[in-house]
Design a protein around this ligand. Structure first.
Ligand code: SF4
Length: 190
């Protein structure tokens, strides 16, 4: 199974997929449980204030923090919130971070990845999602799902499966900027 975290790792560096999925090495620290716990606390707090519900009023149902997977596609994800409307669905993702002026690629494709799963599961239109940045000035970023983004996401998923199936170790990144903060740098630069 491939998760949204795998997708984000791939976008950071494809080689991480090799370490994590083929050699079962532990995840980078940024994905650890303590951070997820922190996000959960934020969600609880916000839901208490009814802030999110008001922002998205008019929905007929809401699912919170649930696992969704598709055996056929071999994809799995945990969605923070999903809002059901008469004719569409809206995904919400919470980030325990500050908005830095734009939604980064990892965040964008995480939502696209979730929307692929949701679309398959509920057979309803899903054209957009929101990311709530919980730190600093608490920004809400709207993401419109474009066809090209779906195609790119599918390509990324295929590339990840290819690394796993071929057990191929992708090249070390040419630009070492990201390597400085990478958990796997000792393995890459032995
Ligand atoms: S050290 Fe650099 S090349 Fe190696 S996995 Fe990390 S980001 Fe990729």
């Amino acid at each position: 199974m491939i998760s949204a975290t795998d997708l984000k790792n791939y976008l950071y560096c494809p080689r991480i997929i090799f370490y994590k999925k083929i050699h079962n090495l532990k995840e980078p620290i940024k994905n650890n449980i303590l951070i997820k716990e922190g996000i959960k606390k934020h969600i609880t707090k916000l839901n208490k204030n009814k802030y999110i519900c008001k922002f998205l009023e008019g929905f007929i149902e809401r699912k919170v923090e649930f696992k969704i997977y598709n055996e056929k596609l071999k994809l799995i994800g945990v969605i923070d919130e999903l809002y059901f409307y008469e004719d569409e669905l809206i995904i919400i993702e919470y980030k325990n971070s500050i908005y830095k002026g734009e939604v980064n690629n990892g965040e964008l494709f995480q939502l696209i990845f979730y929307s692929l799963l949701v679309r398959n599961e509920y057979k309803k239109k899903i054209n957009k999602g929101y990311i709530f940045y919980m730190k600093g000035k608490k920004k809400i970023a709207e993401i419109i799902f474009e066809k090209e983004d779906y195609l790119k996401c599918i390509k990324i998923i295929k590339n990840i499966f290819k690394i796993i199936d071929d057990e191929a170790n992708p090249e070390v990144l040419e630009n070492h900027e990201k390597c400085r903060g990478c958990e796997y740098k000792r393995l890459c630069f032995l």
